[in-house]
Design a protein around this ligand. Structure first.
Ligand SMILES: N/C(=N\S(N)(=O)=O)N1CCCC1
Ligand SMILES: [Zn+2]
Length: 263
């Protein structure tokens, strides 16, 4: 199995080639969450998020997704509780989506694909002083994953959707202030699955405590269509490529147990 070797099969991926060797390589993300194999852990506490909309700084297209970046020089926007021993600082959030509503998420639940997936990326500010430091450490990062389903329009998301045409091309950036990412969380954040995994894009480091929300949020077809109007390519490139299917292929669980905060 891929777990025993230090090498993973090189899976072609439109955006980037899976590296042949990944440090460790036995706790990669994303994975399929097999509900009946997940283990209820009554010790898991509710997640405590405390986000300050004033720390929102900019939104930009990094050629793989679009990121909303937060000022992470102080502990103003944080997550703690849940499976976490420490306090983690929000540095950015971004999404993954498909070219069709039929797929697009990175994690799946009993193989069920969602149309998109939100990732709120935090780093351990109790133990480290910079994201770049934390990204290399076992307990360095905490990412909250939220599934998106196409349905009713998400009012809070619209402010973000309206900013996307200004960052159509790779490396474009615009100021973006006072956005409260809490509006993107489902009403119930007490029910989640958690497991130890990795970043799903390079550097793929195995430093992430994943907390995947059981409850999804709904966005409209039109809102998701604007995500798909973004481009992977910068303005000066001859061939423009639509930013779709920016998700990683699923990785082997390698014997990992996914815990649930609910029975
Ligand atoms: N892959 C990532 N996040 S993710 N998709 O694993 O949440 N990142 C790469 C550098 C900063 C965050
Ligand atoms: Zn992500």
């Amino acid at each position: 199995a891929a777990c025993s070797s230090k090498y993973v099969l090189s899976q072609m991926h439109p955006m980037w080639q899976e590296p042949l060797a990944i440090p460790g390589g036995d706790r990669q993300s994303p994975i399929d969450i097999v509900v009946r194999k997940s283990v209820y852990d009554s010790e898991l506490k509710p997640l405590v998020t405390d986000y300050d909309p004033q720390t929102c700084q900019q939104i930009w297209n990094n050629g793989y997704s679009f990121l909303v970046e937060y000022d992470d020089t102080t502990d103003k926007s944080t997550v703690k509780g849940g499976p976490l021993q420490d306090k983690y600082r929000l540095c950015q959030f971004h999404f993954h989506w498909g070219e069709s509503n039929a797929w697009g998420s990175e994690h799946t639940v009993d193989r069920k694909l969602f149309s998109a997936e939100l990732h709120l990326v935090h780093w351990n500010s109790d133990k480290y002083s910079l994201f770049e430091e934390a990204v290399m450490e076992e307990n360095g990062l905490a990412v909250i994953g939220v599934f998106l389903k196409v349905g009713k329009r998400h009012e809070g998301l619209q402010k973000l959707v309206d900013a996307l045409p200004a960052i159509r091309h790779k490396n474009s950036v615009v100021d973006f202030n006072r956005f409260d990412p809490a509006c993107l969380l489902p009403s119930n954040t007490d029910d989640y699955w958690t497991y130890h995994g990795s970043l799903t894009t390079p550097p793929l480091t195995e430093s992430v405590t994943w907390m995947v929300m059981k409850q999804h949020i709904e966005v409209s077809h039109d809102q998701l269509a604007v995500f798909r109007s973004l481009l992977f390519t910068s303005a000066d490139e001859e061939v423009q490529k639509g930013m779709v299917n920016n998700f990683r292929v699923q990785q082997s669980p390698c014997g990992r147990t996914v815990r649930s905060s609910f029975s």
